[in-house]
Design a protein around this ligand. Structure first.
Ligand code: GLV
Ligand code: MG
Length: 301
């Protein structure tokens, strides 16, 4: 499983940002052809991305390209040019504004054809699906189960809030006038669909890039629910994302202790529920500990 605590958005139209991105300690980069690239710059951006993937040093990072959504005229050429040009240097394709499962199936089929033509390893390139409108959320279960290539669902809060008409202009923050948490249902819906199909689930951008405390607060919300990571738009957000989506050292150490103790008691003493200090642990505790331990190991704790 790939670590995706921090997912850096990089406009494909900017050779400077494509260069800079290579130096940042993020788990994933996605080189963008969609909303951060102006319509007149799309074609040139494809070329920039192919060059950056082939010639750049992306060691240690998951390499993703976000293509344009299927209501545009650009999607098929985005996929063909980027994957034919740099498929061997690419881990996933991100499809934005996914509204129903047929869109993912379309991308899966196209990737299979390109892999055959180019002699790439079959099925190696994964898919990330962005859920960012009402239809996408209503169909999210079917979308999550639509392709073996799918690795993660990604929440797109900016497009989503626009799509449902939510009265907020500050993405990630609560809309004024509503007492509860306007994001709770959406995040939980994504989380359930993703976990039903063994996918990861990633929170989208926080656009107030100067407000790192705001970023942390919003990131903690999705991290607490179980999300695997969050987009970052600026170097200032990178460290915060890596920290918020890694378990605390103390929790990690405790998880490893539970695993070790439980292994001993169940195998040597053949007991199922035992006391570890003041805490009762059983098979369910082992599963919870496994989740924290896996995240901690991936984070190098
Ligand atoms: C990201 O694509 C968003 O719309 O928030
Ligand atoms: Mg979007």
């Amino acid at each position: 499983m790939r670590s995706r605590r921090s997912v850096l958005a990089v406009p494909g139209s900017s050779p400077r940002f494509l260069e800079k991105a290579q130096t940042l300690p993020v788990d994933e980069v996605f080189l963008d052809l969609e909303d951060s690239v102006a319509p007149l710059a799309k074609e040139e951006a494809r070329g920039n991305i192919v060059t950056a993937l082939r010639e750049g040093d992306w060691t240690g990072k998951t390499r993703v390209v976000r293509v344009n959504d299927l209501t545009t005229q650009w999607t098929y050429r985005d996929v063909i040019e980027v994957v034919e040009g740099a498929g061997a240097y690419l881990d996933c394709v991100m499809l934005p504004k996914v509204q129903d499962p047929t869109e993912v199936v379309w991308l899966d089929t196209l990737l299979t054809q390109i892999e055959k033509t180019m002699g790439y390893e079959p099925g190696r390139i994964g898919i990330e699906a962005q859920i960012e409108n009402a239809r996408g959320l209503v169909n999210v279960d079917a979308i999550a189960g639509s392709s073996r290539r799918l690795e993660t669902l990604v929440f797109g809060p900016a497009d989503f809030m626009a799509s449902v008409g939510m009265r907020t202009l500050v993405v990630g923050e609560q809309p004024p006038g509503y007492e509860g948490d306007a994001y709770h249902y959406i995040l939980m819906r994504l989380l359930m669909a993703a976990r039903t199909h063994d996918l990861q689930v990633i929170d989208g951008p926080y656009l107030q890039i100067k407000d790192v405390e705001g970023f942390r607060r919003v990131a903690r919300r999705s991290a607490a629910l179980g999300f695997d990571g969050k987009w970052v738009l600026h170097p200032s957000q990178v460290e915060a994302a890596n920290e918020v989506f890694s378990p605390a050292q103390e929790d990690y150490d405790h998880a490893e202790l539970i695993l070790e103790a439980y292994e001993y008691y169940t195998t040597v003493e053949k007991r199922g529920a035992v006391m570890l200090g003041d805490e009762m642990i059983d098979e369910a505790s082992r599963k919870m500990a496994l989740v924290v331990a896996a995240k901690g190991r991936a984070a190098g704790l």
